[in-house]
Design a protein around this ligand. Structure first.
Ligand code: CTP
Ligand code: CA
Length: 227
């Protein structure tokens, strides 16, 4: 019985994971999106479940199969991801925001398909709500909040700034420096910064292994007394 309990160290805990891209509609047939595959977030959701947590996954459009035993909420836009996440956040102990949320969305969505006319054409955009920052402002003491950062320059400095500004416990910095890391691939090279100033640099490894590393840190944060 004891060993069973040890293998499910997150039993009784609730987790919220976001994954994939968001699609911001331009007209009935077009959108602004990005190349996020959702693989990192799905791997984290699977790992948290295997550690015993009750997991809710808020997912943008991906080609991945709906995970068994994980409550999955499929959304399209950043606004829909915000609404679903804010609701699930209320009961979550662990929150991992791995989605690649659009920073901007069209001000107006055309009701009919936009016809081709002028040589030049532009779409006016407005900022979306930063979901992670919003949750950071409402974080309670029992909650572990994890964000991601994708940077191309002054990586650690920018990630540290986001960690502090968004009131996170951890930020996972994705390195684009290595080929085979990041969007669309099965591997990732990350550095994880913590709110208490720890810097964990990891090797290039599979997204499943990166998920294990992230969840190991979450586990320690949720159970600071355990070995
Ligand atoms: N994020 C979010 N809501 C948004 C934009 C981003 O929750 N509207 C979250 C992402 O899920 C990720 C983190 O913020 O966990 C960092 O995303 P990133 O794009 O690296 O940072 P931004 O704060 O959007 O800043 P910028 O794109 O200007 O670097
Ligand atoms: Ca962004």
């Amino acid at each position: 019985l004891l060993s069973l309990d040890n293998s499910l160290p997150l039993k009784g805990k609730t987790a919220l994971v976001t994954a994939g891209p968001t699609y911001e509609s331009i007209d009935p047939v077009r959108f602004i999106g990005n190349h996020s595959s959702g693989k990192m977030g799905y791997a984290i959701a699977h790992r948290l479940k295997s550690l015993g947590a009750e997991v809710t996954l808020v997912s943008g459009p991906t080609a991945l199969p709906t995970p068994l035993g994980i409550k999955t909420i499929n959304i399209q836009s950043a606004q829909q991801m915000l609404e679903a996440s804010a609701e699930e956040f209320k009961t979550a102990d662990i929150i991992v925001m791995s989605a690649a949320v659009a920073d901007y969305t069209p001000i107006d969505v055309a009701q009919q398909k936009i016809k081709k006319k002028e040589e030049e054409f532009s779409i006016q955009l407005k900022k979306t709500t930063d979901i992670l920052a919003f949750l950071g402002r409402h974080k309670k003491k029992h909650q572990t909040l994890v964000g991601f950062a994708l940077e191309t320059n002054n990586e650690v400095e920018h990630a540290k700034e986001k960690l502090e500004r968004k009131n996170l416990d951890f930020i996972v910095l994705n390195s684009l420096a290595d080929k085979g890391a990041g969007f669309g691939t099965d591997t990732n090279k990350v550095t994880i910064l913590s709110s208490i100033g720890e810097v964990n640099e990891f090797e290039l490894k599979s997204k499943a292994e990166v998920a294990n590393d992230i969840c190991e840190l979450i586990l320690k944060h949720q159970n600071p007394s355990s070995p």
